[in-house]
Structures are given as C-alpha cells and as structure tokens.
Design a protein around this ligand. Structure first.
Ligand SMILES: *Cc1c(COP(=O)(O)O)cnc(C)c1O
Length: 364
C-alpha cells in the first residue's frame, strides 16, 4: 500500500462493557473497528479506525450473491503484568493472503494490516478482559462490494476488523467431546476451497453438524470427499491422534485448512522429541488401533479451544471410547503449554508472541 497512514476517528459514546465472568463467544463487540477499501485501479486505500457501526452496502453487492469473502480468527491475551499480546499473528495474515489468492481477492499488505490491528487493540485495550482464560477475539474479514450481479471477481472490496471479548472455552474444566464420523456429507474436496478460510465452507458444514447435534454429538469428523476413507478435520478444527506413542495428523492435502494451532502443536511435539507425522490416516486404521488398544489420545486443535480432546467416536454404529473418555496426558500438556505461552506465563522459545504497544499514537 502506498499510503501507510491510518486515520482515526474515536467514538464519543463508549459502550458499556459486559460482565467478564459471563462472556459469550462473539456476541458483543468493542467500541472501534478497522476498515479499508479496495477499488480498481487505486488498490487498497483509506485505512481507518472508526467507531463500531453498521455498514451501508448496496443490495446488489457481490458478497450477498456469490459469497466472495475470506476471514481470519486470532486472539489477544492479557498477561499478569497487564500487557496485551498476540499469538503468531503474522501466520494469520499469510493465510489470509493465501485465502485471498484462492478466492480471487487482491492481496493485502500483511505488515501494514498487522500494525492496524495492533493500533485497534491499543485503542480498545480496556475491552481486553483480565479474568483467567479470557481474551479478545479478533476477526479480520474481506467482503466483495461491487454492485453487480454478473459472475466475475469483484472490483471492490472492504477489509474490516472487529473484536469481541470472549470467555474461557473451558469454564467447567476440559471435558472430552463426543464426535460422530460423517459418512454422508463432506466439508471440502481437493481442488475446492477447503484450504481457504472462506464462509462458504462453513455454510456447507452446517447441515451435518445440525443432524449429529440432535443425536447428542458435539461435532462431526470429516472424511475425504473422494473415498470417504481418510480423516480430514473435526468440526472446524484440525485433528490429531496418538497411536502407539506416535502423534499423527492428516497431511495438508488441498482440502484441509492449515491451522496455526496445528502448526504450533507439531512444532511443540518436535521440540519435546515426541514422534509426530503428517500423513494420511484412514478411519479403518483408527478403528484397528482402537481395537488393539493403541489409540491412546485424540484431539482437535484451533484458536477458539486450543486443544479439544475427543472422548468418543461414533462410526458405523460402533462407539469407540478413547482414554476412558478422559483428556490424555499429552493433550493436557499441549493445552497447558500453548496457553501458558499465549498468556506470557512461560518463556516463548519459538518467538510466537507479538506484544501490542499500549502507548498508542492516539490519545484517548
Ligand atoms: C480456522 C480453522 C481451523 C483452525 O485454525 P487455527 O489457525 O488453528 O485457528 C481449522 N479448520 C478450519 C476449517 C478452520 O476454518
């Protein structure tokens, strides 16, 4: 971007903040948002931080019809000393550009946008909760805004960042969830948009999710779209299994989303000298490992929950109970270590933490 300035317009009516002990995910939003526009041939321009407000968008905007959009999700964490820090944010903006490429959305300037987000967090710093396990959820997204019903890539976009204070994912402790293996619907196929973070993937996953929820399961385990044999993801998380001392996770095959948490888990396991491999994992292999007692742990990974242990898998009428339905030792250690790094409670040997300078250039 040529013009690297961010215009700031502060609110003159600050909202009341929610009770930190009863925060829901993604229901209330902070006082400000970051926004910038794209138009051909200017490119991205008019970056600004303004009061959180509704958008005025033409009903013919392409986003409403053909879903050309991408998003990201990351968190800001309050440390014991009152600082605020982000976890590997550069990975999110690399991934956003990767998603942009797939959805034919123009590339963003990753460093500039990260600076904008830090500025936004600094301005809305009082919204970052202090209670144990809470954080500020940061949601960057891009929508196509050209008013045109023709099917082609939009020539206008908006990049927006909104933020929401969120509570601890595990208020009542970490309870492993029951998962149903999905044999009918698929989340994504190789060649499709599964490796991009785009709303359409979520829209197409709702049906299967709704069905299994009624049957008492929290999420589905997605299988590959071609053969319905190989494991892909669990809900909107990446998935790991510990089989006979080795941790395995499906390799990035073109339909799996490359999670930042997934990458962090792999790096930590290597650091601890725990055998870890990225490869194809079939449901049959998992079933056999369960039968011979070597399926030791299973968990999902993602920004929201960090680690989400799986206590039971339903597959073709069988109920595979994993580790007596309790969280495994390694799953717990991964959860404890990643969250300790995020909240600045332990050293960060990987340089994952990015501090927010709270002395914002803006005076409140
Ligand atoms: C966002 C997402 C993940 C998790 O990614 P993180 O960067 O770890 O939060 C996994 N799968 C899907 C489909 C996702 O959209």
């Amino acid at each position: 971007m040529e013009d690297q300035t961010i215009r700031v317009e502060l609110t003159n009516s600050k909202k009341e903040k929610p009770d930190e002990n009863h925060l829901e995910f993604g229901r209330v939003f902070t006082d400000h948002m970051f926004i910038m526009d794209y138009a051909e041939p200017i490119g991205w321009h008019d970056a600004r931080i303004v009061p959180y407000q509704p958008l005025v968008i033409d009903p013919s905007s392409m986003i409403f019809h053909y879903g050309q959009s991408v998003f990201e999700g990351l968190k800001g964490y309050r440390t014991e000393t009152g600082d605020i820090q982000l976890f590997r944010p550069e990975k999110n903006f690399q991934r956003l550009n990767h998603s942009n490429d797939r959805l034919v959305i123009p590339q963003i300037d990753e460093e500039f946008v990260l600076e904008g987000i830090k500025e936004l967090v600094a301005i809305d710093r009082d919204w970052v909760p202090h209670t144990e396990g809470t954080s500020i959820y940061i949601r960057p997204f891009i929508i196509s805004t050209e008013p045109y019903l023709g099917v082609s890539p939009s020539k206008h976009f908006k990049f927006i960042v909104i933020m929401s204070p969120v509570g601890s994912y595990y208020k009542e402790g970490i309870n492993p969830v029951k998962i149903a293996v999905e044999n009918q619907y698929v989340r994504a196929v190789k060649g499709g948009t599964g490796e991009a973070k785009t709303g359409g993937n979520y829209a197409s996953s709702l049906k299967a999710q709704e069905i299994v929820e009624k049957e008492g399961y929290s999420q589905v385990l997605w299988l590959d779209g071609m053969e319905r044999k190989y494991i892909e993801e669990v809900g909107a998380m990446n998935v790991f299994f510990k089989i006979n001392g080795e941790v395995v996770t499906p390799q990035l095959n073109g339909s799996i989303l490359a999670g930042v948490t997934r990458d962090s888990v792999i790096q930590l396991l290597k650091y601890w000298d725990v055998p870890v491999s990225e490869r194809r994992v079939s449901m049959q292999e998992l079933y056999e490992a369960h039968q011979n007692g070597t399926l030791e742990e299973a968990f999902g990974s993602g920004t929201a929950a960090v680690i989400s242990p799986i206590g039971e898998l339903r597959w073709n009428g069988e109920h595979l109970v994993i580790n007596n339905g309790e969280i495994g030792e390694l799953s717990q250690k991964l959860y404890d270590t990643i969250t300790a790094i995020q909240y600045g409670k332990v050293e960060d040997p990987f340089d994952w933490i990015e501090k927010v300078n709270l002395k914002s250039k803006v005076n409140l």
